[in-house]
Ligand binder design. Sequence first.
Ligand code: NAI
Length: 464
Amino acid sequence: MAQYDVVIIGGGPGGYNAAIRAGQLGLSVACVEGRATLGGTCLNVGCIPSKALLHASELYELARKDFASLGIKGAVELDLAQMQKQKGDSVGALTKGIEFLFKKNKVEWIKGFGRITGPGKVTVTGAGGDTVLDARNIVIATGSEPSRLPGVEVDQARIVDSTGALALSAVPKSMIVIGAGVIGLELGSVWRRLGAEVTVVEYLDRTLPGADAELAQAFQRSMTKQGITFRLGQKVTGAKTSATGVTLSFEPVAGGPAESLTADVVLLAVGRRPVTAGLGLESVGLATDARGFIATDHFRTAAPGVWAIGDVTYGPMLAHKAEDEGVACIELIAGKAGHVNYGIIPGVVYTYPEVAWVGKSEEELKAAGVAYKVGKFPFTANSRAKVNHEAEGFVKVLADATTDRILGVHMLGPQVGEMIGEYCVAMEFGAASEDVARTCHPHPTRSEALRQAAMGVEGWTMQA
Ligand code: NAI
């Protein structure tokens, strides 16, 4: 029987980063992954392919609608098959990159589906039958899958989840998105840009649950201006599929007459649920909560030698959160001081404009009774954004009213997902807003808006 210091179940961002870190620290490590390629949901059917389509569709829309005003003429036309192919090429190259990193760091990839079959035992069912691995430590990193909605049967043709929405071979004339969250608005944006009429049906009376309310409102206005229709406060009651489309029924959450809408395709994007069924947790005396999550304390589960990271545990279901947990978990296994700062996990929505935030929202600070100051700067007053004709959005900095420590940052604008890292580092170092306000930033760049918003906390913004 093969013996390992660590056996990781799942080869997504949590699992593969954990595996590589284990290899770096000299632990003998195997990573069990049943998919044909490494990288999990994120790399195969999530973050990465969606960004490939978001990038390509953004350029398509830009070329069609905005190039003429920049003095660039000529008609463009959509080749969806090629757009899908380049997406697949990028994904393929990146999954191979992880295989290379596994080899380089002496991580053994055991192909097949793993389940725990007793203390220190993982049984892998692969092409060649069952293999039993002996593990001093088992790390559960099996991730999550799209949540389902009763009465809305996903067939990946007419009614799709995120996986199906990434693989459509024709642009639907119309699309209804159930859920105004990250997936709904990112993939809804892709298909709207490519020509679909998109309606978003959402249970709550707002978009992007969890995001700062002012930010979510500005985001919704922007999406509406681009042509996405929002039906907020609506409870979906069912979906009927025919040869020509899907009829979705819904009714106001607050009460009132039921309605129905018909579209070529419905995208179900109402959240994700942990993948913990069939993992053999009972063989080590472990149970999940009612929603399938595994409780942990610094990644340790209640079963000795069994650890859990990423989407199967509590917290935001984000690849970078899982990655950080994977690394910290392995460092703890190796007797080092692994640590994740849960106060500084950024969120990004890769629409156009992008949405990015880190730390506390205004609502959270108010609820906690924290006195804070606000510094805000619009991109309309930023020269680089102006000359690029991309001046939508703002940067908002929230700082402690007494200590000036930065508590939260919320931004809407092109490329803000690339810029939020500056504030993550500042907050990790416990920066005050004045630290950012007094740091020289290159001119002319969008990053000056980060500084100007910080200057706004003390009321000395200069470019507005
Ligand atoms: P989400 O939790 O972001 O949004 C789901 C939305 O569906 C919510 O607004 C919710 O109120 C709504 N909803 C729930 N039940 C409903 C119902 N019966 N009828 C109508 N609306 C309903 O979940 P989403 O967008 O599916 O994303 C799943 C996960 O994947 C999230 O945790 C997200 O953070 C992650 N993700 C992150 C990305 C990023 O970081 N850019 C990209 C894609 C996904």
